[in-house]
Design a protein around this ligand. Structure first.
Ligand SMILES: *Cc1c(COP(=O)(O)O)cnc(C)c1O
Length: 412
């Protein structure tokens, strides 16, 4: 959905330079067709099965995107009370919301119980006890799934690997049966499922399937003890192409999951994040200065690590392309932002034919991009724009400097 037409990069039918002209830079630009297309891949692979796609909204939680996905019938995977408030504001059906995360507060539990969400993905024995107490105080029952940690190596970046024993996530596999027994004896809890999420941006499915087999073994042995589960939540994790990777095919992966689950009476839940939004967005930025040097040439742009932290945080690669033709020769640049950190780069050693004032598009910036942005250096967050065919619409205003300190107080 991001293609060159007549030498100029477009989002669907809208030239990116028109978006920069209208809304300024830096600016995130999303393609509605790309978002809906990615969701359709999951939903068509689920057709004919008892399954629910719960978008892991931490990947990109703009209300317009949540609204688009809610309209397709998708549910949401949330990790905080703030995300629950967002999902509800976007029109999500709370009965399709799953609450993940290792540190749910009692207030968040209360809010989620009041909202009547589908299920809590519980990550520790202590959380189970707290949830039971909160449910008890409200005279309600909480539906729970236990997140198991299968001790499987997702073979991804260590910061986004979550399924190893040394990670903070989930219940150790061998301790899970005992916790299921404990939970099923608690009258305030209704044990409904099992979940597992071993990491993000996986470019092979073998670790996901290895984890699935371990889960199915546990589901079967629990059923043998009379603890029957209604759903199996496979988490998220499918990677996308940032550079030249060959990410897993969604339909092939889901097909394999359904095949392995076989005749068991289990609803399947998937929690994709990155693979729904990652390649549906770009970060549009303008070159402020070219700064040639003996060791390096720098292209200093108006977006920075506060807007897109993935390169600094994970040494992640994003393609960076010139939006139009500057009519100059190529050179090799480090693309850097104005923030006062040497870690403030969007890409290193990139061949670009650009001059001052040229627009660049940082590709594959739909996931873990805007949502991870900060106000470091008192930089307002970028605007966000949704393109739909020939139409463009502002879906988040550029922050204003006054807004950055509006919650602060001078000393009395
Ligand atoms: C982050 C997360 C996801 C989504 O992961 P992706 O790699 O973006 O698909 C799903 N489930 C849980 C519990 C998560 O923490």
């Amino acid at each position: 959905m991001f293609e060159f037409r007549n030498g100029s990069l477009h989002a669907e039918s809208v030239p990116l330079d028109a978006i920069a002209h209208e809304f300024g830079t830096p600016c995130y630009v999303y393609s509605r067709a790309a978002l809906e297309g990615a969701m359709a891949q999951y939903q068509s692979a689920c057709a004919g099965h008892d399954a629910l796609v719960c978008y892991a909204m931490k990947a990109n939680s703009n209300l317009a995107i949540l609204d688009l996905f809610a309209r397709t019938g998708a549910g949401f995977d949330i990790v905080s009370g703030g995300e629950l408030a967002r999902a509800i504001a976007a029109g999500a059906d709370p009965r399709k919301i799953i609450f993940s995360g290792v540190g749910k507060s009692a207030a968040e539990m209360r809010y989620a119980l009041q909202s009547d969400i589908l299920c809590f993905n519980v990550e520790s024995a202590a959380e189970l006890t707290r949830l039971a107490a909160v449910a008890d105080s409200m005279g309600r029952r909480a539906a729970v799934s236990i997140r198991v940690n299968p001790d499987v190596d997702a073979r991804t970046h260590p910061y986004i690997s979550t399924g190893l024993k040394e990670n903070k996530f989930g219940i150790e596999f061998d301790a899970a049966p005992e916790l299921y027994r404990t939970a099923s004896r608690m009258p305030q809890l209704e044990v409904v499922g099992m979940d597992c999420h071993i990491g993000s941006n996986l470019i092979e499915t073998a670790p996901l399937l290895e984890a699935l087999d371990k889960m199915l073994g546990l589901v079967d042995s629990l059923a043998g003890e009379g603890i029957g589960l209604r759903h199996l939540d496979r988490g998220g994790g499918l990677g996308i192409r940032y550079r030249d990777e060959t990410p897993p095919d969604v339909a092939a992966y889901l097909g394999e999951v359904f095949a392995r689950v076989g005749a068991r009476k289990l609803k399947l839940v998937f929690e994709p994040g990155r693979s729904l939004v990652g390649n549906a967005g770009v970060l549009l930025t303008r070159i402020e200065y070219l700064k040639p040097g003996a060791a390096r040439n720098f292209a200093v742009v108006d977006a920075a690590m506060n807007n897109l932290i993935r390169p600094a945080l994970y040494e992640a690669w994003h393609d960076i392309v010139a939006v139009g033709d500057s009519g100059v020769a190529q050179a090799v640049y480090d693309v850097v932002g104005p923030v006062c950190e040497s870690g403030d780069f969007l890409g290193k050693e990139r061949e670009l034919a650009v001059k001052e004032g040229a627009l660049l598009a940082v590709m594959s910036a739909g996931a873990y991009a805007m949502c991870m942005s900060s106000n470091y250096n008192s930089r307002p967050r970028a605007a966000e724009v949704m393109v739909d065919g020939e139409k463009m619409q502002l879906i988040r205003e550029r922050e204003r400097p006054e807004g950055l300190f509006a919650l602060e107080h001078l000393l009395r």
